[in-house]
Design a protein around this ligand. Sequence first.
Ligand code: GLN
Length: 487
Amino acid sequence: MNELLRKTASEQSKAIKNKEVSALELTKAQFERINAIEDKIGAFNSLTEEIALNTAKKVDEKVAKGEELPLLAGVPLALKDNMNLIGSKTTASSKILENFVSPYNATITEKLLNNLVPIVGKANLDEFAMGSSNENSAFKKVHNPWNLNKVPGGSSGGSAASVAACEATLALGSDTGGSIRLPASFCGIVGMKPTYGRVSRYGLIAFASSLDQIGPLTRSVEDAANLLEVISGHDPKDSTSLNLPVEHYSANLNGDLKGKKVGVIKELLSEGLAPDVEKAVQNAIETYKKLGCEIKEISLKNLKYSIGIYYILATAECSSNLARFDGVRYGYRHPDSKNLMEMYTKTRAEGFGPEVKRRIMLGTYALSAGYYDAYYKKAQQMRALVTQEFEQAFKEVDVLISPTCPNTAFDLGAKSSDPLAMYLTDIATISCNLAGLPGMSVPAGFDKDGMPIGLQILAPQLQESRLFNFGYKFEQSNDFYKQIANI
Ligand code: GLN
């Protein structure tokens, strides 16, 4: 493999600018790598080689003319396959969209193309982003590059595995309850969910609209900061996108942390935690102490309700969002039905997988007449309490830390027949989405079997710069992020 493929995006950008490598050479090397190992990983639903090579050529033309390159120009990126890119299929890893061709570009895609980022392919995911292991893909499993018998985490499992296996340097994922941070932690890379509304979701297939955000998966915090800068900003096509200027996030890395306050979430450092994960978090606490931070224990009493709240709100919203897949407007249609109702029923029965059906049923139930007040309204009220609890906590501390997940990556198949066990994987990540906060997972070590561990850092809304700074200081105090899966 070309050694440059193991490097961070910043290093690759430098090499392109300094003409040590052309963007075309780098992109071609990327496809050689993909062709050599993709059979073992399963990170991609489809490849977009022509698009990537054309973009790379444009980068080289600029270099030849001595023009300045936009941020991350020429650095190969994997796009989660629930985001539109003209010239590719957008399947959401669902049979119902198996042959659906992107009719337009997502706003993030436009931004990537404007910055001349070569998009190498569409990354595998749990069907409609519902899952924590990527095993809910209708097409194929994704294997964790650190151990091929283990899951990569989900739902952005293909995105995370592609970066960890050096099949891409950057990836985008979507995070509704942890789908960027969990796979980042299982695959030993950085994963960041921005503040709700920071990144436009126009052209992202909606799962739960009050929770979904798009964000970066990368090899370093600096790369995540740069990628967020490229994709964020106000978009009139997404009414939930915030009308605020984009910050130059990487300019604020490496700020002094002396006297800053780090809150350790008590409920996430108690029972049920794998011993090696606990050690890694204790280690992180020591690191922040050495950096001059004051450590405070913070109790979030409502955190234990977050999974219950999430599985009412997310399923209710998904039952409504997925109503559009009816065989009329998009994707698959059952070929020989006698009447309209039969066509709807058969199309959806054949097109959706078991987890998606389970969620549609749960959500439809929660929203039905007579149950709305008992479930949806109650969950909304509890969500407000979770949000308030975070607001209180951030009056006392600058950031909150916890493990990203109580355990490391589990074996393929270990939880696939037990939905509840799978849902519990997200205990540390979900409340961040409920409160709309920015959150990040940073590599924090390895367990006794060599599987990566992630440290989660949370900051108040719109404090992305603070989040990156805390992540960067931690990352630079160890060399976990430099370790690359040996595959
Ligand atoms: N694992 C969670 C779920 O299955 C979160 C998924 C996500 O963030 N998209 O809903």
